[in-house]
Design a protein. Structure first.
Lengths: 294, 544
């Protein structure tokens, strides 16, 4: 029936990249395991080197793998259906990333709504609170933990607000870059994408400054400063790692644009990087609301 | 029709014959392969090797529990065995076995040339052996393997862990990466590579169940990654997510873990539903009863799985409202599950049944899985669960659903498709031995555990009070017998690969589905061009 319209689907006959990726992940996981264990035992070992070697190998692998894919795409091996596979694959990957953040936001919510008030004696925990932690008062941000560790909370004004503006603007510029690509306006594409990258890098720099401020003697907000510090650094930290990854993707896209890649109707990689960028932006908005403001 | 790109490419490179194009030789074939059948085979063998590894640990556990007192192993090593046995069986045996089925069968069932992302498919598989190498290597470390149970509850896994936790955490991380990539591949393949004319509601139910399972995986594996990360920072970097002194809560660990863990148990049973929904109609020589209701039931089970997690935590002192909410939601799952069991029975009703080995395993599945379901319903009742919690009743329950449920369905599927995979019929006599030995021993193994649990024997303890001695002796004998019976399966498979009666393209007269329209063994590449519409119409599982 529809056989006539059928485009063939490209199946590569074999590839040595995936097994290299598996070895790299093994080196990363085993190296990190050794590194963390040695750190805890205050010993020194080869874990860190193995970890770094694994990271180097996975970067080499990704570059090689993606070069293959780009070449296949440029030589016209891909059909419209293949483009769909990539798009759907990327969307579900982003969904899985969302679920990763859901775990941490869920923890934040549970800590704020249940755990901390319960420790302070809320619900049916009056006696638990009185017997275990008589001096503890439940407030959020938790600047004094039940065992007496004190810290200060990061305000939302200043750097975080600037960062919010930066990242939200970058989402808009990323969209303009995409529009320029669709209209085949290469100059606009280069400019808007370049601006997006600059905004992203600025965000990362400010985030580093903010961490330095947090770790200063004045604030004493550390990763181990009770659950406020825990959630603050893990949520913003994982977000920061994702922004960094997103920036790297955008830079690669920019370099590919300079090489003349992407056409108005064939630019999956650009689309994917841009989706990813919007995703990290949305996560930041959630962070700004739930970690900084509320 | 356009040219076949794959065929062209590999002809230029290798000059192979047309059925074997793209296939490399020796070890490279398996390391570099992008072929869904090769990767399916790798998954299945890996799962079986892991099954025997985890099984060997279970043998030691049962030997220790053969009589009261401490005989063979130290309590700490016993804990390591129960922990790693659970982790291996869940993440190393059952899940990869199902992924193996998905890889082998889904492209053939929907008329696709391969999985949608073939290279990523290879990556998903090859991560697994490395992940389990890391996990198992901790047995040989000074600290020993993880000993906190496969559920790794804090603070057992944080404050009181034995020093190999970091390896456990990173092994779980890369396992999770593997699962997520595998699941994305399944989803994209099904959404995007169905042959023209194969609408969603014409897909074999097998494909539907894997579709829904893959969604569950994408949704919850990242949550597992999140919780092990918190575990890592709590253990090594001074955070207090699960420590009240810093404002955290060990019970929060259980919430996050079971938010992953409950969908996870359906990840291990929904594909089983798919397999028996394929085999039962075939050997009843009827179409599946209530195909659409099966699809809706599977989806409802998947959705409900997200709002029942705290039924694993009834004894943690949750507020009463929570206890009631999770109790009723859990009981609700019995409705769609009941629909499924009803449909399988109704499919057999007035069918012309024959009892080949896949059918025997399928019928055993329906009956014994239902027993596991009923004990699950008992555990769902909050007040009753206060007594059953952490006893052998729980162990009996989840082994009924996982062994006589998931594992039996895997055997049903394996016998059903072995002729398609190998091109030979399996040895019928040996396979019947495998079935009957397994059936009898598995019930001897797990049924008395119900009574042990009701009488109060706690799980995960290497010693027990004298009054439990008799039942434990029989349970251990059942365990050894069940373990040995699985070696028969190994023998059947090896014999089947090496030779045996030549299998026709469709060895089961009642079977329907596109996989039976290709030769046995299935050619290296199938459906490089989509199957004809009439084949798709014939593969429709709806009753007519």
């Amino acid at each position: 029936m529809t056989n006539k319209e059928y485009e063939s689907y490209y199946v590569p006959s074999h590839s040595h990249w995936p097994i290299m990726g598996a070895v790299a992940l093994f080196m990363i996981a085993f190296g990190a395991g050794n590194y963390v264990t040695d750190l805890a035992n205050e010993e020194s070992g080869y874990g860190g080197y193995l970890l770094l070697a694994g990271i180097a190998l996975i970067i080499y692998m990704l570059v090689g793998w993606f070069s293959d894919v780009i070449n296949e795409s440029l030589t016209g091996k891909y059909s419209h259906q293949m483009d769909n596979s990539f798009r759907q694959g990327m969307s579900w990957f982003i969904f899985s990333e969302v679920m990763f953040f859901v775990a941490f936001f869920g923890a934040l919510l549970y800590l704020r709504v249940f755990s901390v008030p319960w420790l302070g004696g809320a619900g049916n925990n009056v006696e638990t609170g009185a017997v275990l932690w008589p001096d503890f008062t439940a407030i959020w941000p938790l600047i004094k933990t039940p065992d007496g560790t004190t810290t200060t909370a990061m305000g939302w004004f200043g750097l975080p607000l600037i960062n919010t503006v930066l990242l939200m603007t970058s989402s808009v510029t990323a969209h303009f870059a995409h529009s320029a690509l669709l209209k085949n306006n290469r100059k606009g594409l280069k400019a808007w994408l370049g601006l997006t990258i600059i905004l992203g890098v600025a965000f990362i720099c400010f985030q580093v400054l903010e961490y330095a401020h947090g770790y200063s003697e004045e604030m004493r907000l550390f990763l181990d400063s009770g659950v406020y510090g825990n959630t603050f650094y893990l949520l913003t930290g994982f977000h920061g790692m994702h922004v960094t990854l997103g920036c790297i993707m955008l830079i690669i896209m920019w370099l590919r644009v300079l090489k003349g890649h992407f056409t108005p109707d064939n630019h999956f990689a650009f689309q994917a990087a841009s989706w990813y960028w919007h995703f990290v932006d949305v996560v930041w908005v959630m962070l700004f609301v739930f970690v900084y403001i509320l | 029709m356009t040219t076949d790109v794959i065929a062209q490419d590999s002809h230029d490179e290798h000059h192979d014959d047309s059925h074997e194009h793209g296939k490399m030789t020796g070890i490279k074939r398996w390391l570099y392969t992008t072929n869904h059948k090769d990767i399916g085979t790798l998954y299945l063998w890996f799962a079986f090797i892991m099954f025997l590894t985890g099984g060997a640990m279970a043998m030691v556990i049962r030997a220790e529990l053969f009589q009261p007192g401490l005989q063979l192993v130290e309590p700490d090593f016993f804990n390591q065995l129960t922990t790693v046995h659970g982790l291996i069986m869940v993440f190393g045996a059952i899940m990869p076995a199902f992924t193996g089925f998905a890889n082998w069968m889904i492209p053939m069932m929907i008329g696709a040339p391969d999985m949608a992302l073939p290279r990523m498919n290879n990556w998903s598989f090859w991560i697994l052996p490395f992940a389990f190498a890391i996990l198992l290597s901790s047995f040989f470390m000074e600290s020993g393997a993880p000993n906190f149970g496969w559920t790794f509850y804090a603070p057992l896994s944080t404050t009181y862990s034995n020093g190999s936790t970091a390896f456990f955490v990173f092994a779980v991380h890369i396992m999770g990466i593997s699962s997520i990539m595998g699941a994305i591949n399944i989803v994209v393949t099904i959404m995007n590579l169905r042959a023209p004319g194969m609408t969603y509601m014409k897909m074999p139910l097998f494909v539907w169940t894997f579709f829904i399972t893959a969604y569950l995986l994408i949704a919850v594996m990242p949550v597992l990654a999140g919780v092990v990360t918190m575990l890592l920072t709590d253990t090594y970097f001074g955070t207090s997510f699960f420590d009240a002194a810093g404002g955290g809560d060990p019970v929060m660990f259980q919430h996050i873990f079971w938010f992953f863990g409950h969908p996870e148990v359906y990840i291990m049973i929904l594909p089983a539903f798919g397999i028996v929904s394929t085999t039962i109609p075939a050997f009843s020589r009827k179409r599946l009863f209530g195909y659409s209701s099966m699809v809706y039931a599977t989806s409802s089970i998947a959705l409900l799985s997200f709002i029942v997690w705290a039924h694993h935590m009834f004894t943690t002192g949750m507020p009463l409202f929570g206890e009631l909410f999770f109790m009723y939601c859990t009981m609700l799952i019995a409705v769609p599950t009941g629909v499924k069991v009803f449909n399988w029975v109704a499919t057999m009703w007035r069918g012309s049944l024959s009892f080949e080995t896949p059918m025997l395993f399928s019928i055993a599945f329906v009956i014994l899985f239902t027993i596991g379901g009923f004990s699950g319903l008992m555990l769902a009742m909050t007040p009753v669960d206060f007594q059953y919690h952490d006893t052998y009743f729980v162990v009996a329950h989840f082994h009924y659903v996982l062994v006589t449920g998931s594992l039996f369905s895997i055997y049903a599927g394996a016998y059903f498709w072995l002729p398609k995979w190998t091109g030979h019929m399996y040895n019928d006599t040996l396979s019947k031995w495998h079935f009957w030995c397994s059936l009898i021993s598995v019930n001897l193994l797990f049924f008395p555990m119900h009574f042990l649990g009701l009488a109060g024997m706690p799980r995960r303890i290497p010693d027990y009070a004298l009054q439990f001695a008799d039942f434990n002796k029989w349970v251990s004998i059942g365990g050894f017998a069940f373990g040995l019976s699985q070696l028969i399966f190994l023998a059947v498979v090896i014999k089947c690969i090496r030779g045996g009666e030549k299998a026709p393209a469709k060895p089961w007269d009642g079977a329907i589905g596109l996989e039976w329209t290709v030769a046995s063994p299935a050619p290296y590449h199938t459906f490089s061009t989509p199957p004809p519409q009439k084949d798709i119409d014939n593969a429709d599982q709806h009753e007519h």
